[in-house]
Design a protein around this ligand. Structure first.
Ligand SMILES: [Zn+2]
Length: 459
């Protein structure tokens, strides 16, 4: 989808091609793209000359002679082509403006979400859909933006910035870029954003857009603005589309999450979330995760255990039925199931396919239930691919000898250790943890570590 910089680039390119030229005829191949009166559109534009092009947000305004204003929005796939009569017209041509110099301006749109609307100088700015478009960052001051943001207290800041009534011109790419540069977590509720942070957001939004306009807009996927306009800005993006690559600031792998359904890339270390946080405690079997979780509970955090949730799941008939079918058994027999999955990797996978989706559902439900921080002990966080559900990951690490001692004290054997270790992946993913607690000293020391994290989380 073209964003503001691309639309600005197209505007500039078109200015050099069509200003001063007269429309001699129009082929309307897809009338549904025209949202104003069709006959009027066909008839009024003939013999009119393009005088200038302006832009507001992602709307283009073609100002023509006789005070006509032709409004266009490219939406998802709209693009322009400027062609000599002998050139082959490429596919998805929807509207063709034949010009008096023998060339044609062709509007192409494979998905046909774009639109045209014919208005005039007196009325076009008062059209409802135009009035709704907020000011661009270039024309907003921080107090105005701050007031606009504050109207959406409980909404995530990313969603607020995508709202074109709050501020126009930032789409998915540039909101991610702006928030990364502003060190603000995209899922932070708007009510936590300060005036000082609003200033930073505004400054970065302007910088990001200006850099993109300068580079001629970025080209994404099938989008190509106009034949000879190429985008180079994409190479300058810091986070967008770079999940799992090292953060340009701190080198921690960038994370991907959905904010109100929109794919979002961010750094969980550089962009710490304010307000409520969802915290995962993970680590190897027998590392002391439960002890750490307990200490968080002593500090008045809501705590849960994914193992306990899985136990609950085993009580549900739907889950039981699926497991019985999978293992070909009549009653749930844990010893049998455990033995079966230890021996058969495929069965283990299938069992997880039964358990992990409802486990994630239940965790999301817990998140929705609380307004304060929630801590969940999730031993197989990475195996279940749940790392992106949490704002903060706390890893608990322990020396091998000490871990064996813990396990033997509890289980009287090391039988389960190998199975759990082979599915844990914790040691390979240490760099994705926001905090690592070393559980190699006494409990007092463990408490000190937890208090340090608490202090950091409550900032
Ligand atoms: Zn970072």
């Amino acid at each position: 989808m073209p964003e503001l910089p691309e639309v600005e680039t197209i505007k500039k390119a078109l200015e050099s091609l069509i200003i001063g030229k007269k429309i001699i005829s129009i082929d309307i191949l897809k009338p549904k793209l025209i949202k104003s009166d069709l006959d009027c559109f066909k008839n009024s534009l003939i013999d009119k000359t393009f005088l200038k092009i302006t832009r507001h947000g992602k709307y283009l305004f073609f100002h023509l002679s006789d005070d006509l204003v032709l409004i266009n929005h490219l939406r998802m796939e709209g693009k322009y082509q400027f062609k000599h009569p002998n050139d082959e017209i490429e596919s998805h041509a929807r509207i063709i403006f034949h010009l008096d110099d023998g060339n044609a301006l062709i509007y192409r749109d494979s998905r046909m979400f774009g639109m045209y609307y014919l208005s005039d100088e007196l009325h076009y700015q008062n059209l409802d859909f135009i009035k709704k478009v907020g000011k661009e960052p270039f024309f907003l001051d921080e107090n105005e933006l701050f007031n606009n943001i504050k109207k959406h207290k409980e909404t995530e800041i990313k969603t607020v910035l995508l709202n074109q009534e709050v501020m126009s011109g930032l789409g998915n790419i540039y909101v991610d870029e702006t928030l990364f540069r502003s060190k603000i977590n995209p899922s932070t509720k708007a009510k936590f954003i300060t005036l000082e942070e609003t200033k930073v957001i505004l400054k970065n939004a302007i910088e990001v857009l200006n850099a993109a306009i300068l580079k001629g807009g970025s080209t994404i996927k099938t989008y190509k603005s106009i034949d000879d306009v190429d985008g180079h800005f994409q190479t300058d993006l810091l986070v967008y589309g770079k999940a799992d690559e090292p953060c340009p600031n701190c080198a921690k792998p960038l994370k991907f999450m959905k904010v109100n359904g929109r794919g979002t890339t961010y750094c969980s270390r550089c962009q710490k979330k304010k307000g409520q946080k969802f915290i995962a405690i993970t680590g190897l079997y027998g590392s002391g995760k439960s002890k750490v979780t307990q200490l968080f509970e002593d500090e008045k955090y809501h705590i849960y255990s994914s193992d306990a949730i899985i136990k609950e799941l085993y009580e549900e008939k739907v889950v039981q039925d699926k497991i019985k079918i999978l293992f070909k058994i009549d009653t749930i027999d844990f010893a049998f199931i455990r033995k079966a999955i230890f021996e058969d990797e495929k069965l283990d996978k299938k069992l997880k396919n039964i358990l992990y989706p409802p486990l994630k559902e239940k965790i999301l439900k817990i998140f929705r239930k609380h307004k304060e921080n929630v801590v969940i002990e999730v031993p197989l966080l990475f195996d279940a691919k749940m790392e992106n559900m949490f704002d903060v990951i706390v890893g608990v690490n322990v020396l091998e000898e000490r871990r064996n001692k813990f396990i033997l004290e509890r289980d009287k054997s090391l039988d389960f250790k190998n199975y759990y270790d082979s599915h844990n992946h914790f040691l390979d993913r240490l760099d994705e943890c926001d905090y690592i607690i070393q559980n190699n000293k006494d409990e007092n020391n463990l408490l000190k570590e937890v208090l340090k994290i608490k202090k950091d989380l409550d900032f």
